[in-house]
Design a protein around this ligand. Structure first.
Ligand SMILES: [Fe+2]
Length: 155
């Protein structure tokens, strides 16, 4: 049974998900889900990102566990919006800088594929597949909108 979650036990709860389900295949790729998420965190550390961004990279795909917290597979024919569901499950426990990075990791991929031709070429087959389900590279209008500074909270 899922414990009542709060800021004192959320890290242990997420660690338990990594422990029990981290070995699951990452969309049929050569890495597991845990390895994929840890790779993100390691890359953020190597880029000397602040700790909250390293945590965001570690947690970016937590939305695949929203049954615990959905699942996603190459057989999926529609997007499961794991970025949004992941941000929502984290919001009660983590600061907005982390949850917004989780929420924006799919738009960021769509943006980078639209603005950096080499980026798309570096995507794995699974990531290219999910990109197509997520709307593909952003249009020029979507890029322009994404580049606008965010509105202050409450607007
Ligand atoms: Fe993701």
């Amino acid at each position: 049974m899922k414990p009542e979650l709060d800021k004192t036990n959320i890290v242990a709860f997420i660690a338990d998900i990594f422990e029990r389900r981290g070995a699951e295949s990452y969309l049929g790729e050569a890495v597991t889900m845990a390895q994929h998420m840890l790779q993100g965190a390691v890359l953020a550390e190597k880029a000397k990102a602040p700790e909250d961004l390293v945590a965001a990279a570690l947690l970016h795909d937590i939305g695949h566990y929203t049954s615990e917290f959905g699942t996603l597979s190459l057989g999926d024919t529609r997007d499961n919006y794991h970025e949004e569901s992941g941000a929502k499950v984290l919001e009660p426990f983590f600061p907005a800088v982390i949850t917004e990075c989780v929420r924006l990791h799919v738009p960021a991929k769509r943006y980078l594929c639209a603005t950096d031709p080499a980026y798309y070429g570096r995507l794995s087959e699974a990531s290219k597949h999910t990109l197509s389900l997520q709307g593909g590279p952003m249009s020029k209008a979507e890029v322009a909108e994404f580049e606008k500074p965010p509105l202050p909270r409450g607007c």
